[in-house]
Write a new protein. Structure first.
Length: 169
């Protein structure tokens, strides 16, 4: 958008400058071709001289304003060029930044997938450990139960069998 505006300003400036130059050249030619005025012919042509003088004054003022506008146009053009270069640089920087962010996001996505796989493996290991621990606790409880039952059996056998006294023969 700024590039289009810049091109249009340059085109208008060039057209304006060439038009002013053409008018200036024609004005100079008219001045060169005109004959010097003599005092004797002033009374006859005073109305025409007044119109010509007014035309020349108006033309000079228009020419002066046109030059001022051309200078202002050049200033605007230079500012547009600077702004265009600045925003082009910013756009390039932004695009590079977006490329970098995209690459980082891709890398992060791969890292997250790897971490997720490791977490699933850790979960499996934790479940396996809990299962082994539960089996060990159950095994310990079973051993304790067996010991208690053996003691109870021995106690029960001891109660059923009277103490034997040695028999003399």
């Amino acid at each position: 958008m700024l590039e289009t505006l810049r091109k249009r300003l340059l085109s208008v400036q060039q057209d304006f400058t060439s038009g002013l130059k053409t008018l200036s050249d024609k004005s100079k030619e008219a001045k060169v071709k005109s004959k010097p005025r003599t005092v004797s012919c002033l009374p006859k042509y005073s109305a025409g001289l007044e119109l010509l003088s007014r035309y020349e004054d108006t033309w000079a003022a228009l020419h002066r304003r046109a030059k001022e506008r051309a200078g202002a146009g050049e200033q605007v053009d230079s500012k547009v060029v600077v702004l265009s270069a600045h925003w082009e640089k910013e756009t390039t920087s932004l695009i590079a930044g977006l490329g970098s962010v995209t690459a980082n996001l891709t890398h992060l996505e791969a890292s997250f997938e790897g971490i997720e796989n490791h977490l699933l493996n850790l979960e499996d290991l934790c479940a396996q450990y809990e299962s082994e621990r539960y089996k060990h606790v159950q095994s310990q409880q079973l051993e304790n139960y067996k010991k208690n039952k053996r003691k109870e059996l021995e106690t029960f056998k001891a109660e059923l069998d009277p103490p034997r006294t040695p028999v003399k023969v």
